[in-house]
Design a protein around this ligand. Structure first.
Ligand code: PLP
Length: 376
């Protein structure tokens, strides 16, 4: 018998629960200048492009760091110093892009909606028409703050009709929600290894329209976050400029094999949809109230209103669920007190049912009355 405690199941949208085979892919050392590594790296970049149907039009530029590093690199590299970004905000990740623009000195405007309200493409069109200085629109595909699905196809169409470039933070959507760059006009899509691709955290990437990256030399206010420099060095040498996260890339290589074996993005989306359905129905069955109506809910992460019963305390609730083997997320909404439960990662129906049992037992342990579970 092993004395190793059982790993918790992560109901968090990245880091998330990965497969045993993805974890064991990290148990080997790689020479970063060796052909075995560089060919694995090239194949990863190619497969990431294929997931977005972007092999003909775009290039894939990977970057060390969490997803935010790649978002900051994309904004700093693609928006020239005299450009201006219209940032679409309905949660913390949109707000983070506003902070990035301020930190790197890019002029910006904000179109903000409520955290449970998607952006209106017609309003976007009016704002673009009203401010000719705007060169780029930055939008979030699935805003992980709430789990809301923004209308990315309509946003892309509207941005393109207005003759502006689009940068999409698709961090929590890439690899599951449909994204076809042959049909959807976008200069860049940014994501990371550790969300719907089910890899380990620490590496992100941008999928950038070839003409956009070619024209971006000298824009970036940073060396390590210069995607043009990273891309041109990779094109010239086939190698990363600086020490690559070799083990994380080996994990991503394995994760991409498992993604393909599951049927690519459509297969993964189907599993996440099932997970989300079980979770939302189960939570409602426990008397809890979800933030979003079903038509706005992406099958990524579910935001739940804290029960109105004063017996509810998030810290104690978290611990009581964790003791039963499941880690959930605190809420990130600015207005309503809430918590979040993810449905992505190497999880299926048994894990979602297990999580619901743990949540039910935790509510009972805290003495939260069933009829007091709706927000008061
Ligand atoms: C996870 C995530 C990011 C990146 O967050 P990191 O903590 O830097 O990995 C950015 N945008 C969205 C929408 C995300 O879900």
């Amino acid at each position: 018998m092993s004395d190793k405690p059982k790993e918790p199941t992560l109901l968090t949208p990245g880091p998330l629960t990965t497969s045993a085979s993805v974890k064991s892919a990290m148990l080997r050392d790689w020479g970063s200048r060796d052909a075995a590594f560089t060919s694995m790296d090239a194949s990863i970049r190619q497969r990431l492009l294929a997931i977005a149907d972007a092999e003909q039009s775009h290039v894939c530029v990977p970057l060390q760091g969490s997803g935010t590093f790649a978002v900051e690199a994309a904004l700093g590299t693609l928006v020239p110093p005299d450009g201006k970004v219209l940032v679409l905000v309905n949660g913390a990740y949109g707000t983070r892009m506003v902070k990035i623009c301020a930190a790197i000195g890019r002029a910006h405007a904000v179109y903000e909606t409520e955290e449970d309200e998607p952006h209106d493409p017609a309003e976007l069109g009016r704002r673009l028409a009203g401010d000719p200085a705007i060169t780029h629109v930055a939008a979030i595909h699935c805003e992980t703050t709430s789990g809301i699905l923004n209308p990315i196809e309509a946003i892309a169409e509207c941005t393109s009709e207005a003759g502006r470039a689009l940068i999409i933070d698709a961090m929590s959507a890439f690899g599951a929600l449909p994204l076809d760059l042959r049909a959807l006009p976008a200069d860049a899509v940014v994501a990371s290894a550790n969300k719907c691709l089910e890899g380990a955290p620490g590496v992100g990437f941008a999928i950038v329209r070839r003409a956009a990256i070619e024209g971006a030399a000298g824009n970036a206010p940073s060396l390590s976050l210069d995607l043009h420099d990273q891309w041109s060095a990779m094109e010239r040498t086939g190698q990363w400029r600086f020490t690559p996260p070799t083990h994380l890339l080996a994990a991503l290589d394995q994760a991409l094999k498992e993604h393909a074996a599951e049927g690519g993005a459509p297969g993964r989306l189907a599993r996440y949809r099932d997970n989300c359905r079980i979770l939302v129905d189960g939570l409602r069955g426990l008397g809890l109230e979800t933030l979003l109506p079903d038509h706005l809910q992406a099958p990524i992460i579910v935001t739940v209103h804290n029960p109105g019963d004063p017996a509810f305390d998030f810290r104690r609730f978290y611990d009581a669920v964790a003791t039963r083997g499941f880690l959930i997320y605190p809420g990130k909404l600015t207005k309503a007190p809430s918590f979040r439960v993810g449905c992505i990662g190497r999880l299926g129906a048994p894990e979602m049912r297990g999580a619901l049992k743990a949540i039910e037992a935790a509510l009972d342990e805290l003495g939260v009355a069933r009829r007091g579970r709706k927000t008061g």
